[in-house]
Design a protein around this ligand. Structure first.
Ligand code: C2E
Ligand code: CA
Ligand code: CA
Length: 414
């Protein structure tokens, strides 16, 4: 099939399509005039007249139904064909709520049309399971979105800190800030559910800003409570949409300062999909570094960031996704892969944070592959920063150091 859209010309009076046809194209009308009509008993019921610049025949393409009307050229008509897959690809990319609304509108329009033709409004036909499922998901999303807005206004969101252990220094080095939603009736809603929703809409901007502000306030409170020289950092998750906020790095720095923190106490965690937008992310990193803010590449290995331009981006840490940690220590290939990535990072002046570390055996394997930072349940679960004690470190981790005589900090034998 050719990828270019085809042009077609219809003579005056020529049929463009007929009621009942199963369509594979819609049309952009370039010139001429068209009548769209349906049958009403033995009569012809004109539904509309269309002209240059209008779209014809898109409905049946969108909801994959037979044509509900016929179209004839009144004058000579010239059109550009829009292939069904062109239209559907756009629909598939669209906001699911908008897509659901569109399909709902079409089905209402078709019922109205049937009513006009037979003179009575029929009962809605039972939707097929896929449509029922889509309607339910749209309704759930609309409700969840509304509730998330309320959660932002009323104190239902909170931020927890998950500790990150530094194997070189043998102590906690910092935390990852993770947002939590305590829903008044549903109970805790998982961030993997509502962050995805917030990312589909612009709600991620206020949610992310809340997480950033609270993280700074909580870290400053922790400083005051511990009253020591200990200066951990906090890594805040930044979604792609948030990073588009003008002067975002400056906003990070000023938010830290408002809480009395030096900006170097925060790290921005960005995901691989954002890093694909190379030019923009390079600018963001440069501005963050100017403020002393570290930048971490999150979920490394799950996306498609080419190693090709990774080396040109000045991340200070790369977070290895849990899926690479799970097969350790048994899987020697996974271990070799970790070693290879760490060697590359060291060449770039960056360090690795391994995520999802649950067992001491995994910690052992990661340490011997040169990984510097560990995050996961072994180190600690995400906790309320008001009560966590960063000096209360899992003793198994502290013993890891002494249990590996003869290995230097890169895990190499002396
Ligand atoms: P993430 O950034 O990859 O965060 C790590 C996730 O792994 C967290 O899930 C954490 O609780 C979980 N985790 C940590 N250690 C372990 C472990 O040992 N085993 C297992 N199985 N899981 C572990 P959580 O808190 O459910 O967050 C899920 C995702 O939601 C995060 O993934 C992040 O992408 C997103 N998220 C959370 N808070 C924010 C936020 O404030 N802003 C944005 N943009 N995204 C956020
Ligand atoms: Ca993260
Ligand atoms: Ca992650």
């Amino acid at each position: 099939m050719s990828s270019a859209s085809a042009k077609r010309v219809f003579a005056p009076g020529e049929r463009i399509f007929t009621e009942g046809d199963v369509p594979d194209v819609a049309y952009l009308i370039e010139s001429g005039r068209i009548e769209v009509w349906a049958t009403q008993g033995s009569k012809r019921l004109t539904l509309s007249y269309l002209g240059a610049g209008e779209i014809l025949g898109e409905m049946a393409v969108i909801d994959r139904a037979p044509r509900s009307a016929s179209a004839d050229a009144i004058t000579e008509v010239s059109v550009t064909e829009i292939r069904a897959d062109q239209l559907r690809a756009r629909l598939d990319e669209a906001d699911p709520v908008l897509r659901g609304l569109l399909v709902g509108l079409l089905s209402r329009y078709r019922r109205g049309l049937r009513a006009a033709r037979v003179g009575v409004l029929d009962e809605p036909e039972g939707d097929d399971l896929a449509v029922v499922d889509q309607k339910r998901r749209v309704a759930d999303k609309i409700r969840l979105e509304r509730e998330l807005l309320e959660a932002l206004d009323g104190d239902q969101l909170r931020v927890v800190f998950q500790p990150i252990f530094d194997l070189y220094e043998n102590r906690i080095a910092g935390f990852e800030a993770l947002v939590r939603w305590d829903h008044p009736t549903r109970g805790p809603v998982s961030p993997s559910e509502f962050i995805a929703l917030a990312e589909e809409t612009s709600l991620i901007v206020p949610v992310g800003h809340y997480a950033l502000m609270r993280s700074c306030v909580l870290l400053a409170e922790l400083d005051r409570r511990l009253n020591s020289d200990f200066r951990p950092w906090v890594a805040v998750n930044i979604s792609a949409r948030q990073s588009l906020v003008p002067d975002f790095a400056d906003l990070l720095a000023s938010t830290a300062r408002e809480s009395g923190l030096d900006p170097s106490r925060i790290k921005a965690e960005i995901t691989e999909s954002l890093a694909l937008d190379y030019e923009r992310v390079q600018e963001l990193i440069a501005r963050c570094r100017w403020h002393g803010i570290g930048v971490s590449l999150d979920d490394f290995g799950t996306g498609h960031s080419g190693l090709g331009h990774l080396h040109r981006l000045e991340f200070d840490t790369i977070k290895l996704d849990q899926s690479f940690v799970k097969p350790l220590p048994g899987d020697l290939k996974a271990a070799a892969l970790v070693r290879g990535i760490v060697t590359m990072l060291h060449g770039m002046g960056a360090e690795m944070v391994a995520e999802g570390v649950e067992t001491i055996e995994q910690a052992h394997a990661l340490k011997s592959q040169g990984v510097r930072y560990l995050q996961g349940w072994l180190v600690g679960k995400p906790q309320d920063p008001a009560v966590l004690d960063p000096l209360d470190v899992n003793s198994q981790l502290l013993e890891l150091q002494s249990s590996q005589p003869g290995l230097d900090r890169h895990g190499l034998r002396a």
